[in-house]
Design a protein around this ligand. Structure first.
Ligand SMILES: *[C@@H]1O[C@H](CO)[C@@H](O)[C@H](O)[C@H]1NC(C)=O
Ligand SMILES: *[C@@H]1O[C@H](CO)[C@@H](O)[C@H](O)[C@H]1NC(C)=O
Ligand SMILES: *[C@@H]1O[C@H](CO)[C@@H](O)[C@H](O)[C@H]1NC(C)=O
Ligand SMILES: *[C@@H]1O[C@H](CO)[C@@H](O)[C@H](O)[C@H]1NC(C)=O
Ligand SMILES: *[C@@H]1O[C@H](CO)[C@@H](O)[C@H](O)[C@H]1NC(C)=O
Length: 331
């Protein structure tokens, strides 16, 4: 009996180790990652692997618990904290005085449906990818403008985030180092237009401004007006969603957000934190008749979250997402 244990134990250990290793191999394959060990003697490989297994343990631990949301692996599972911070980029919220002066109350007390979701609208194409440029503020400014222009013209045209990255240098907006979506609309109004993506494609790096308001074919949309929705008032946000379409919003991102997979996100860790990321709120609803949520669109591609989207708990200013909602109207 003891004798065959001697043979079996190494076998089990062998299988277990191989299993762990193969999870990492599979992960790298799935996300097209290749750390060439010949180049640096395996330094990258070992660094990435260690981060991945730490994340893997966190994800498993979370998913064992009774939570309203699940975590999962994605392209960010082996990234350092510094690299992850580079995916954000919403800085400089307005002064309280400016914020208040630019707040617009709902025009009419319309009846609110139980759910409203623009996610599958023709005017909201698949989620975009900001890459490793802190330009979420530009995406957050452009998506609601694209939507409203599309709704009015009955045809969709992709607009340019790169124009904002390169040209909006007159304000606190700083290309790939962060900015603020409302200031971006001020800029687009001042230069009389937003270029189409076709004329001014995304590069994810700050370059020289090439926008030309005179070359009319370059202009894809114009900004008519914009403003803030009443802060920390979920009903006002719901009414604004109904009236204007998707809203530009800012939120506080903490660690678990990078690994979000599905369900209603309600991590307590992001409560009462200053905002650091721009996202677009495109709808609302109620999950399983128990928990209210916002439908939120990110700019980290379709492999993050639920095809690029996340549900965030509604009505409690979760992750500060109800603090700075704003709307834009296309001309
Ligand atoms: C899970 O959490 C929900 C909501 O907090 C609670 O109603 C339910 O009883 C919990 N279930 C278990 C098995 O703990
Ligand atoms: C630059 O800033 C000034 C002062 O805030 C403003 O009046 C002007 O419209 C801005 N121009 C652009 C192109 O953003
Ligand atoms: C924007 O349009 C106004 C009015 O047509 C014009 O006076 C102004 O020069 C234009 N600005 C730019 C940057 O083209
Ligand atoms: C929130 O917004 C709704 C809709 O505009 C309004 O009726 C309500 O009074 C607001 N609540 C507060 C506390 O201002
Ligand atoms: C939905 O709610 C019921 C009770 O109301 C609960 O038993 C069930 O676990 C919930 N489902 C999910 C996916 O949370």
């Amino acid at each position: 009996m003891k004798l065959w244990l001697v043979f079996l134990v190494p076998l089990f250990v062998g299988i277990f180790c191989q299993d762990k290793e193969s999870i990492w191999k599979e992960y790298k394959k799935l996300h097209g990652k290749d750390y060439n060990e010949k180049l640096d003697g395996g330094k990258q490989e070992n660094l990435r692997k260690a981060i991945f297994f730490k994340k893997d343990a966190k994800i498993r631990e979370h998913n064992k618990g009774n939570h309203s949301y699940r975590l999962g692996h994605n392209q960010f599972s082996d990234r350092t904290d510094k690299e992850l911070a580079g995916l954000l980029g919403t800085t400089s919220p307005p002064s309280p005085k400016l914020h208040k002066s630019m707040t617009v109350l709902p025009k009419r007390q319309a009846r609110l449906p139980d759910t409203l979701n623009y996610r599958n609208s023709y005017c909201l194409p698949p989620v975009k990818r900001q890459g490793s440029c802190g330009s979420c503020w530009a995406f957050t400014a452009i998506t609601p403008l694209e939507f409203d222009r599309c709704r009015k013209k009955k045809s969709f045209s992709v607009l340019s985030e790169q124009q904002l990255i390169d040209c909006d240098t007159n304000s606190t907006n700083k290309g790939c180092s962060g900015g603020w979506y409302v200031t971006a609309w001020t800029h687009l109004q001042a230069v009389n237009g937003s270029a189409s993506e076709f004329c001014y494609p995304y590069e994810g790096l700050k370059g020289t401004c090439r926008f030309c308001a005179e070359c009319k074919s370059m202009v894809g949309a114009k900004v008519s007006s914009f403003g803030y929705v009443q802060s920390m008032n979920a009903t006002a946000m719901q009414l604004a969603l109904q009236e204007y379409g998707p809203l530009a919003t800012a939120m506080a991102v903490v660690g678990s957000f990078y690994s979000y997979k599905e369900g209603v996100y309600d991590d307590k860790a992001c409560d009462n934190l200053p905002v650091n990321h721009g996202v677009v709120t495109v709808g609302y609803g109620r999950f399983n008749n128990t928990i209210d949520y916002w439908v939120v669109r990110n700019t980290w591609g379709r492999s993050w979250g639920d095809e690029g989207y996340i549900l965030i708990q509604r009505g409690v200013n979760k992750c500060s997402i109800e603090t700075y909602p704003a709307f834009v109207v296309a001309l």
